[in-house]
Design a protein around this ligand. Structure first.
Ligand SMILES: Nc1ncnc2c1ncn2[C@@H]1O[C@H](COP(=O)(O)OP(=O)(O)OP(=O)(O)O)[C@@H](O)[C@H]1O
Length: 310
C-alpha cells in the first residue's frame, strides 16, 4: 500500500510554476529520499503534504485520506520536521518537547518521559535545560527531530534534516533513520546530498524545477551496467601487468595507489571471471573493488548536474 500518493500535484506562486504535475508514490515501510537541487520545489511539496500550503491543483492522499480535507486526522499519525525550526525561544528544550507532546494529546507525565527519552536519543540530553534561543542551528535541528518523533508516528516527513549537522551528527542521524525504518516506520526525507540518500534510502524521487525526473526503488533505477572501477590490491604492479595485456581493457592507470580500470562493456563477464582468478593464482589480495561513480550519482549526472558531496 502507498502511504503517500499524489496525482498531478501542482503549485503556482502567482505566475511562477514551482511544482508541476507531481505524482508521488511512497509505499508503506520504505525510506524515500526526495532529492533535488536548491529551489527544485522540495519544501513547497512537503508543505503541501503537511497541509501548510494548498495545492493550486492536484490531489494528495496520505493513509488513504485526503489532504487538506482530513488534515487533522492525517497529522495525528505524521511526525513532521520542518526545514526552519519552530521558534519557542524562551522555552528550554525539555519544556518545548513536553509542550509539543501535550499538544499532540499526551498526558503530562507521559510527555515528560517521552521528551527525556528522545532528548537522549537525538543527543541533546546534556543540554536539556538550555533555552531554545541559546542553541546552535545543529542543536535546534536535533530538537526538531525529537519533536517529529514525540507522538511515535507511523510516517515521518523530514525536510532537509541534516542541513545544519556536523559530519558526526550526520552519521548518527543516518543510523537513527535506519533504526526507525527497521521498526516499521515509513520515512520521507528530502535532501540534496546524494551520498546521504544512498546510505539511508531504498526509494528515491528526483525532482528538478518542480518536475519528477525519476522515481522508484533505488536498486531498480540503478541497474545500468557500470564499466569503470576503482581497484586496490596487495600488489598493484602485478595487477597492472594483467590489465595492460588484456585487449578488452580500454584503459587502466594508477593514481594514489588506486587502479582505475575501464572495461569494454561487452567483455565485462570475461573480465569478472579472469581478473579475480589471476589475482588469486598469483597470491594477490583484492582490498577494494567498486564502481568509480556511485549508481545514483550516475543517474543524476545523466539527468542534470547536482551538488555531489562525498
Ligand atoms: N511563497 C513563495 N512565493 C514565491 N516563490 C516561492 C515561495 N516559496 C518558494 N518559492 C520559490 O519556489 C522555488 C522552490 O522553492 P522550494 O523551497 O520548494 O525549493 P527546495 O527544493 O526546497 O530548495 P532548497 O533545497 O533550497 O531548500 C524557489 O525558486 C523559491 O524561490
Amino acid at each position: 500500500m502507498e502511504l503517500i500518493r499524489t496525482e498531478k500535484l501542482t503549485k503556482f506562486f502567482g505566475k511562477r510554476n514551482v511544482v508541476y504535475n507531481l505524482d508521488l508514490r511512497v509505499p508503506e515501510g520504505v525510506v524515500y529520499g526526495f532529492l533535488g537541487p536548491n529551489g527544485a520545489g522540495k519544501t513547497t511539496t512537503i508543505k503541501m503534504l503537511t497541509g501548510a500550503l494548498r495545492p493550486t491543483y492536484g490531489e494528495i492522499e496520505i493513509f488513504g485520506m485526503n489532504m487538506p480535507r482530513e488534515r487533522v486526522e492525517i497529522m495525528k499519525r505524521v511526525g513532521y520536521m520542518p526545514e526552519k525550526p519552530i521558534a519557542y525561544e524562551n522555552m528550554t528544550i525539555f519544556e518545548f518537547l513536553t509542550y509539543m507532546g501535550r499538544l499532540s494529546g499526551m498526558k503530562k507525565e507521559e510527555a515528560r518521559e517521552r521528551a527525556k527519552e528522545l532528548m537522549a536519543y537525538v543527543g541533546v540530553g546534556r543540554i536539556a535545560l538550555n533555552k531554545m534561543k541559546e542553541l546552535s542551528s545543529g542543536q535546534k535541528q536535533r530538537v526538531m527531530f525529537a519533536m517529529a518523533l514525540m507522538p511515535d508516528p507511523e510516517l515521518l516527513i523530514l525536510d532537509e534534516p541534516t542541513a545544519n549537522l556536523d559530519p558526526l551528527g550526520r552519521i548518527e542521524f543516518i543510523g537513527r533513520v535506519v533504526e526507525l525504518s527497521k521498526k516499521g516506520k515509513t520515512i520521507f526525507v528530502s535532501s540534496h546530498i546524494v551520498s546521504e540518500i544512498e546510505k539511508m534510502c531504498n526509494y528515491v524521487g528526483i525532482i528538478n524545477q518542480g518536475r519528477m525526473i525519476a522515481q522508484g526503488k533505488i536498486s531498480d533505477l540503478t541497474q545500468i551496467e557500470e564499466n569503470e572501477y576503482d581497484v586496490v590490491t596487495s600488489d598493484n604492479d602485478r595487477a597492472m601487468e594483467f590489465l595492460r595485456e588484456k585487449p578488452y581493457i580500454r584503459e587502466a592507470w594508477e593514481e594514489d595507489n588506486v587502479i582505475r580500470v575501464i572495461v569494454e562493456p561487452k567483455f565485462l563477464d570475461e573480465f569478472f571471471l579472469a581478473f579475480p582468478k589471476y589475482l588469486s593464482s598469483n597470491g594477490i589480495r583484492l582490498k577494494l573493488f567498486k564502481p568509480h561513480t556511485s549508481p545514483l550519482e550516475r543517474i543524476l549526472m545523466e539527468k542534470f548536474s547536482l551538488e555531489v558531496e562525498g
